[in-house]
Design a protein around this ligand. Sequence first.
Ligand SMILES: [Zn+2]
Length: 299
Amino acid sequence: MSWFKRVEKGIVTPTEEKKETPDGLWYKCPECKTVATMAEHKRLLYTCAKCNHHDRIDSDEYFEILFDNNQFVELDAELSSADPLHFVDTKAYPQRVAATQKQTGLRDAVRTAHGHLNGLGLVVACMDFKFIGGSMGSVVGEKIARAIDYARQNRLPFLMISKSGGARMMEAGYSLMQMAKTSAKLALLSEAGLPYISMLTDPTTGGVTASFAMLGDFNIAEPGALIGFAGPRVIKETIGKDLPKDFQSAEFVLEHGFLDFIVDRKELKQQLTDLLLLLRPAEVSAAAEATAPRTKQRV
Ligand SMILES: [Zn+2]
C-alpha cells in the first residue's frame, strides 16, 4: 500500500490561484548563474556580487546612479520620430514607433538631461537599448545635438552614455546624417573648451561607435561591454580568419588603445567626479580658486 493516498479525485487549481514566486523578486546572473534578491542586485547597481557581470540598464537607472538625489531636468523630452521614407518592413514604421513608445514608456532611444553630479553641473545623454535596439535615428541625433548646444550655452561638461546597435534602418540615410551632425556639434564643444566624456556600455556598435561614441576627450567603458563597428560574423567572413578570443570586448578594445579606461559601475560616480574636476574649464577653476580662501578660513 502506498504511504500517500489521494482520497478525493479531480482536485484542480485554477491557474490564477496557483501560488508561484512573484516575478521581479529574484535576479539570476546570466554569466555565473548566482541568484540574488532584486533589492541586493539594485544595491550593487545591477552588477553581480560574485563575477561582477554588469547587467544592461536603461537611462532611468543611469540617471538615478549619477544625478544627486535623482534630480535633473530632462531636455527635449517630447521629440518623436517622423516617417520621412514611408518605411514599411513587417510593420509600418510609425506603427512600430507607436507600439515601442507604448511598451517602453519612452519617446525614442535617447534621453538627455541637465543635473548635478556630486555638486558639479553636467549634461548627460543616455541611450536606451530597449527602444528599437538603441538605434540612432533623426530624433537620437537631434536630441544629442541639442544637448551639446545646451552644454555650450550653459558652459557645462557633456557626458554621453552609448548603448546601441547602430543606425536605424527605417530612417536609412537620415540616420547616417546624424553621425556628421553630432560629430560637428562635438567639435564646437571642443572649440568652446568644454569637456566631453564618452562612456560605452554593452553593446555599442555600428554608426554610434563610428561617430560620437569614440570622440570623447576621454573614452571609457563598462567591464565586459561589447564594443565594435561591424559584427564578428561579418568581419570573419570578410577577412577569412578566425577572430581572437574576447574580440570586441571592452578589455580587448582597451588593450588595443581605443579606450582610456574601464570603469566599474559601483565606482562610476566617483571616477566621473574626479575626471570632471580634472577637466574643469579654466574659468571655473579660477572661480573656485577665488573662493578658496574663504573655504580655508571656515576650516
Ligand atoms: Zn555573476
